[in-house]
Design a protein around this ligand. Structure first.
Ligand code: ADP
Ligand code: MG
Length: 696
């Protein structure tokens, strides 16, 4: 199905084809992302107004919206320009006034002639001792009363688009709803008592009460599910298409792993063992592995990665591990080199800084298979880098790469297994949205013996005290990180802040003991600054968030984060994870600019209360919302129009298993339910998915 099914044409026609929508309105609606009748349908009312007919305004709690039948009395035009034009009216029990500002007499005489009976609906309030209705939304003859919905849906608006326009336009769009074959698993639909798509859409736009607008109503839940199902189907198709490529079966004999185990001063955690065996099982199959290793900072992902790389080597091949930055690539090299030596394998690094003859020599060694494990930056995937027999590619710190980039990597064409690692604990619903095409291993257990990190909130006003504290800590031979505020999106502004702080700390603590790293430094300088800190030459490292991921300096015991209130919770958690890596007790000082807002305070307190990254992530989701959490468009996760991930997140797991099951039973989507699912993909504008079916 390469082109849109005909049954959907009316929903994807130009907006102007709807009665009551002209070119101007269409332009304005585009501001809301509404460019076709389909989009109108997926823009649901967010609240509603009760406009059921009442006897009288007498005794209703004011202010409130009331609909009543009135007998129109005398008009009292305003005496001054711009004043109130008042019209005396009587309902069944009492009298009140209808008020217009800038009211035009001729117009008002026409719509509310004295002596006539009219239905009026509008907000009634008490002003100066009189009950009044200002600018009623409806003024109509009694026989047209059915024009007023008993409960009126309220839509999101933008400049130039009124409620009435939205209401009319959605009614027109509803008339175009086709009857579509069902794509939801019938068992699931029956169990949840969900209506058909068209019925659900109709119901969602014609709520009878506030309850009908809640995220738990059957109609809304079904539509949310449709969105999630479409997204999961896209991911499932991506997964299936990846799995069509032949993989390599890599079976290790455990020989090299055993040497490393023997050399390690500690035992692996249960979670590490489990993850390694999950990877081993995947690698042993001739389908390409596409697995995510999720683990909080310090959960020991590096070792799992290394053991996995050894499986590739044991099977006679090579492995590569890519880090997002030069610093992290070097750190992996340093951390893994001793392990590689104990295993007796050759480990090398390749980054953008390798040039000329040295680089050529490395590439040749790689192509000959003399280098068995390569670590590096993006440079490891440059076009002229050839492996003798690449079996496993590991991408560290996945959150910097989106779904798209990951798919790109897959297109490299090699049959290598892929393992991506992320240190960002994310709520399950989000993990499923972002990584739903992958299989997931979770390191949910930390190596034993970690000291808890003490977390405290201090205001910027106490900066001098904090600096004194650093002096004391350094006197004990310990080290500190000082993370500078994210002032703005712009690196340049961050930089100024960092440089200023650097100067102040250097003035207070002495030349030579304070280092600085930031994203705009020439790479060599950055390395040098990192190396000085890692070796203990500098006691304080002032940094922008470049240290966020992965840096490991066990002797660092204090983490100061300035303007902590401007960071995301997950990011703060990541930063904090840089300390508490050694045997000494560690502290994280969250510095904030007073006064802290109530939510700001609550957010930071979550960090004080727990070190559980998953709990922090759930809180972040509740407080910031899904859209903010996934951040940029490059995550590949759509902003759902209907699904409310804070409240309907549990549906994501159902949608994933439903989508995978559907594809397992009908890989080409050409049985009846599969065909219906194709229509769903078109309906949800899942271009990527449609492309994948077309290829297949
Ligand atoms: P992550 O990358 O998940 O943040 P690392 O792999 O850097 O964590 O591990 C953090 C620290 O824990 C490292 O110093 C590592 O040597 C140590 N470590 C890893 N696994 C264990 C274990 N099973 N027992 C004790 N320490 C471990
Ligand atoms: Mg790591």
């Amino acid at each position: 199905m390469m082109s849109r099914p005909e049954v959907l044409f009316p929903l994807f026609a130009e907006l102007e084809t709807l009665s009551g929508v002209g070119p101007k309105t269409a332009q304005h609606m585009a501001q809301l992302g509404i460019v076709a009748p389909r989009d109108l349908l997926f823009t649901l009312p967010h609240t509603g107004i009760d406009r059921a007919l009442q006897e009288t305004v007498d005794g209703v709690g004011l202010p409130t919206t009331v609909t009543v039948i009135v007998k129109v009395g005398a008009h009292h035009p305003s005496r001054n320009r711009g004043g109130a034009y008042r019209i005396h009216v009587e309902d069944a029990q009492t009298s009140f006034q209808i008020v217009f500002f800038h009211g035009r007499s001729d117009y008002l005489q026409r719509v509310l002639p004295q002596g006539s009976t009219r239905v009026v609906s509008g907000k009634v309030e008490m002003f100066d001792g009189t009950v009044q209705m200002v600018h009623p939304e409806y003024i109509i003859p009694e026989e047209e009363i059915s024009d007023i919905p008993a409960f009126e849906p309220v839509y999101p608006l933008t400049a130039g688009v009124t409620q009435k326009t939205m209401f009319k336009a959605t009614r027109a769009a509803l008339k175009r709803l086709p009857a579509l074959d069902e794509w939801i698993d019938s068992g699931q639909k029956t169990k949840e008592e969900w209506p058909d798509f068209a019925v659900a859409m109709q119901t969602a736009h014609t709520p009878k009460s506030l309850e009908d607008l809640s995220a738990t109503s059957a109609a809304r839940t079904r539509l949310a599910y449709d969105e999630l199902m479409a997204h999961q189907l896209t991911l499932a198709l991506a997964r299936a298409s990846e799995r069509r490529f032949p993989g390599r079966a890599s079976v290790g004999d455990g020989r090299l792993q055993a040497r490393v185990r023997a050399a390690l001063p500690y035992a692996l955690t249960g979670a590490q063992e489990r993850s390694i065996s999950e990877v081993a099982q995947d690698m042993a199959q001739d389908v390409r592995m596409n697995r995510l290793l999720q683990g909080d900072v310090g959960s020991g992902k590096t070792l799992v990665a290394f053991m996995s790389l050894l499986i590739a080597v044991e099977a006679g091949g090579q492995g590569v591990m890519m880090a997002p930055t030069e610093i992290l690539a070097r750190q992996h090299l340093e951390g893994l080199q001793p392990l590689a030596e104990s295993a007796g394998v050759v480990l090398e690094i390749l980054t953008g800084r390798d040039k000329g003859a040295e680089r050529r020599a490395k590439l040749e060694a790689l192509q000959r298979g003399d280098i068995q494990i390569l670590v590096g930056t993006h440079a490891v995937f440059q076009a002229d880098v050839h492996f003798a027999d690449l079996r496993l590619a590991i991408i560290d710190e996945q959150h910097r790469f989106g779904v798209r980039q990951r798919l790109e990597l897959g297109k490299k064409g090699s049959a290598a297994d892929v393992l991506v690692m992320t240190a960002t604990p994310i709520p399950r619903s989000l993990a499923l949205a972002q990584y739903g095409d992958m299989d997931v291993s979770v390191l949910d257990e930390k190596p034993p013996g970690r000291k808890p990190i003490k977390t405290a909130l201090v205001s910027t006003g106490r900066m001098d005290e904090v600096i004194e504290r650093l002096r004391a800590v350094m006197a004990e031979g310990r080290q500190c990180y000082w993370v500078c505020p994210l002032v703005e999106e712009s690196e340049a502004v961050d930089l100024t802040a960092a440089e200023e702080r650097f100067k102040r700390l250097r003035a207070a603590l002495g030349e030579g003991v304070v280092g600085l790293v930031h994203g705009q430094m020439p790479p060599a300088e950055k390395d040098a600054a990192m190396a000085r800190f890692q070796s203990g030459k500098t006691g304080v490292l002032v940094a922008t968030t470049v240290i966020e991921v992965g840096v490991n300096v066990p002797n660092a015991t204090i983490m100061v984060i300035e303007r902590a209130e401007t960071f995301g919770l997950a990011q703060l958690h990541q930063l904090r994870g840089r300390v508490g890596r050694g045997s000494a007790a560690s502290t994280c000082l969250l510095m904030y600019q007073a006064p802290l807002s109530e939510t700001g305070q609550r957010r930071l307190e979550v960090l004080r209360e727990t070190e559980d990254g998953f709990r922090i992530a759930e809180t972040d989701l509740q407080m910031r919302g899904f859209g903010d959490l996934i951040g940029t468009a490059q995550s590949g996760v759509p902003r759902f129009r209907i699904a409310d991930m804070e409240r309907q997140g549990a549906l994501m797991a159902v949608a994933q298993s439903d989508a995978r099951k559907l594809l397992a039973e009908d890989p080409a989507l050409d049985r009846p339910r599969g065909r219906a699912a194709r229509v769903l993909l078109w309906l949800m504008r899942q271009d990527e998915a449609i492309r994948l079916i077309s290829v297949g």
